[in-house]
Ligand binder design. Structure first.
Ligand code: GAR
Length: 209
């Protein structure tokens, strides 16, 4: 089974969803580490109770590259081949991202490319969108910008607040994430990903004289 490290900063409900999905006999991945930049993250206690190795290192007072390097060391020591960001609220350094390109996923609570960044649900409600939702994407150097592997739209209901909407989007996140992670570890996504970007790469080349 493919070895996956999950990085969290909070409750870790997506981490829990990934973990319990991995308990299926035919699940193609296993979680070998749960890492966090917050030693108090609720998900860490759950991971420990479930017998999963954990690693916590507060980022305060550390340079980004230094913190990332320590996190990466823990990930590699655990033997992880993939990283799943699950509510990891730290921007990763470009060096870290490029080393894991094609092997690192993130879940984001919006229908990307809409609403990158924070306060996604409030922004969807404010805009009068009929649907909010979630996306799982490969992580690239640009925030919330990598190729999207899958999305689930979630209807906005009259009277929704950011909190009620977030609760329903979370249900969708929990279903989507493990399916996309399974897809990543069982399919050669890298080739698709490169093909998808051929146009962009061509555009980035200097024009012929
Ligand atoms: C999830 O809704 C996730 O999509 C979001 O944080 C929440 C974490 O919840 N991630 C981001 O906003 C990343 N930019 P969880 O800790 O219960 O999984």
């Amino acid at each position: 089974r493919a070895k996956v490290a999950v990085l969290i900063s909070g409750t870790g409900s997506n981490m829990a969803a990934l973990l319990y999905a991995s308990r299926r006999d035919d699940c193609p991945y296993e979680i070998v580490l749960v890492g966090s930049n917050d030693p108090e993250a609720g998900g860490l206690a759950l991971a420990k109770a479930e017998g999963i190795a954990t690693f916590a290192l507060p980022h305060k007072g550390m340079k980004r590259a230094e913190h990332d390097a320590a996190m990466e060391r823990a990930v590699l020591d655990a033997g992880a081949q993939y990283i799943a960001l699950a509510g990891y609220m730290r921007i990763l350094s470009p060096e870290f991202v490029s080393r894991w390109e094609g092997r690192m996923l993130n879940i984001h609570p919006s229908l990307l490319p809409k609403y990158k960044g924070l306060d996604t649900h409030a922004r969807a409600i404010e805009a009068g969108d009929s649907h909010a939702g979630c996306s799982v994407h490969l992580v690239t150097a640009e925030l919330d910008d990598g190729p999207v592997l899958g999305q689930t739209p979630v209807a906005v209901v009259p009277g929704d607040t950011p909190a009620t909407l977030a609760g329903r989007v979370l249900f969708a996140e929990h279903q989507l994430y493990s399916r996309m992670l399974e897809k990543l570890v069982t399919r050669p996504f890298r080739a698709d990903w490169l093909l998808e970007r051929v146009g962009e790469i061509a555009l980035a080349l200097p024009e012929a004289e």
